[in-house]
Design a protein around this ligand. Structure first.
Ligand code: NDP
Length: 390
């Protein structure tokens, strides 16, 4: 039996992971499940999967979790220290599916214990890619990509030499507003931005898909994970979301990865890697689909992609500043404080301000220093957002 833990078990990726685990209950021994505010879901799944421990990230939810787990034999815990302790519990495979920079510390802790970390939490690679990769190497741990695009590239590279790769093309659906008139974008509502044309995902990543901030994070994730140069990475708008990524080699060949828009494919690939096992995902009928469309992203519609290039060009811990500013701007949009198009303006303002903070941005990449950059960038973003309102 493989020992596994799922961080962010109550979210969209977490639930898709649990769906796969439930189909083969005798194969897995569940160590820890973690969640945030959704205590009912966390407790139900922890009991059903006979987890050793269930952890909520929030101290205030501990009494509710304890009550829900009473008599079940599942241990209850809460707070940041408890999350780190859960990450330190021996496990063969850990899913990192907390949303946002909050996923970084538990992921890093898990790597220090030599596990295989399936990384859905792209934000940790954007904030501290070098730190994660070095930690994995030092402790003999392994990082496997779970983002569908990065899983697709990873699969396209099996048996290949990265030195023979000319370019990596990741696709984007174009999000909820890909066909809207540009002048209507400032009026986009939260409900409109929270509805994705192809994928069923958590609310934050869905809005990030509409703004293309999600793809901007993924471009940086590609650079960090595969170690390619920024100019080797391209984004293509592909409205059908069936080709997830393409790898172009130095002989002109392009390997494309196709699959249904179902995260259980990428999760299952990471779960069974290096083997392939049958997965409960739709098989594509290309004759019925008939057509696949591709177009270049419109820079005026998606300023986030330009900002990602600026972040990579600047280097240091600018990724952490970018992600934190984006998270704060997203909070402000969700709370109705700023407009959809203000998010990019806020993030750009923070990048300009942070580029002057060389002592901080170019300091050694440690968890503490990433935290400092994150803290300052959120403060600056909140300030920039307040100026947009006032
Ligand atoms: P969700 O919002 O659906 O779930 C997020 C999970 O993280 C929940 O379990 C939530 O708990 C928990 N959580 C939220 N805030 C905190 C916190 N501060 N500390 C600890 N735990 C917290 O997100 P998704 O599943 O959509 O995304 C998870 C990650 O996977 C993200 O990094 C995303 O970018 C990435 N990803 C997602 C894809 C998808 O299809 N959804 C595709 C590719 C990547 P609770 O809900 O109980 O409050």
């Amino acid at each position: 039996m493989r020992k596994i833990s799922i961080f962010g078990a109550t979210g969209s990726i977490g639930q898709n992971t649990i769906d796969l685990i439930r189909r083969a209950p005798d194969s897995y021994d569940v160590v820890a499940l973690t969640g945030g505010a959704n205590i009912e879901r966390l407790a139900q799944d922890a009991i059903a999967l006979r987890a050793d421990i269930a952890v909520t990230a929030y101290d205030g939810h501990l009494p509710a979790l304890q009550a829900a787990l009473q008599g079940s034999g599942v241990e209850a815990a809460a707070g940041q220290t408890a999350l780190l302790e859960a990450a330190a519990r021996p496990a063969d495979w850990i899913m990192s599916a907390i949303v946002g920079a909050a996923g970084l510390a538990p992921g890093l802790e898990a790597l220090k214990h030599g596990t295989t970390l399936a990384l859905a939490n792209k934000e940790s690679l954007v904030c501290a890619g070098q730190l994660l990769l070095q930690t994995a190497e030092r402790y003999g741990a392994r990082l496997l990509p779970v983002d569908s695009e990065h899983s697709a590239v990873f699969q396209g590279l099996v048996g290949e030499d990265i030195a023979a790769v000319e370019r990596i093309i990741i696709t984007a659906s174009g999000g909820a507003f890909r066909d809207w008139p540009l002048e209507d974008l400032p009026k986009a509502t939260l409900a409109q931005a929270s509805s994705h044309p192809n994928w069923d995902m958590g609310q934050r990543i869905t809005i990030d898909s509409a703004s293309m901030f999600n793809k901007a994070l993924e471009v940086i994730e590609t650079k960090e994970y595969f170690g390619v140069r920024p100019e080797q990475i391209e984004v293509l708008v592909h409205p059908e979301s069936l080709v997830h990524a393409l790898v172009g080699f130095n002989d002109g060949a392009i390997m494309a990865h196709l699959g249904a828009a179902d995260m259980r494919h990428a999760i299952g690939y990471a779960l069974h890697w290096p083997e392939r096992q049958s997965l409960p995902v739709e098989r594509l009928d290309l004759a019925r689909i008939g057509q696949l469309n591709f177009r270049a992203p419109d820079p005026a519609r998606y300023p986030a992609l330009r900002l990602a290039n600026e972040v990579m060009a600047r280097g240091g811990m600018m990724g952490a500043a970018f992600n934190a500013a984006k998270e704060q701007a997203l909070d402000d949009f969700i709370a109705g404080r700023i407009r959809f198009t203000d998010m990019a303006v806020v993030v750009e303002t923070v990048l300009e301000q942070m580029s002057g903070e060389s002592d901080l941005i170019d300091a050694e990449m440690t968890l503490d220093n990433v935290g400092r950059v994150d803290h300052l960038a959120r403060k600056q973003a909140a300030h920039a957002a307040a100026e947009r309102i006032g």
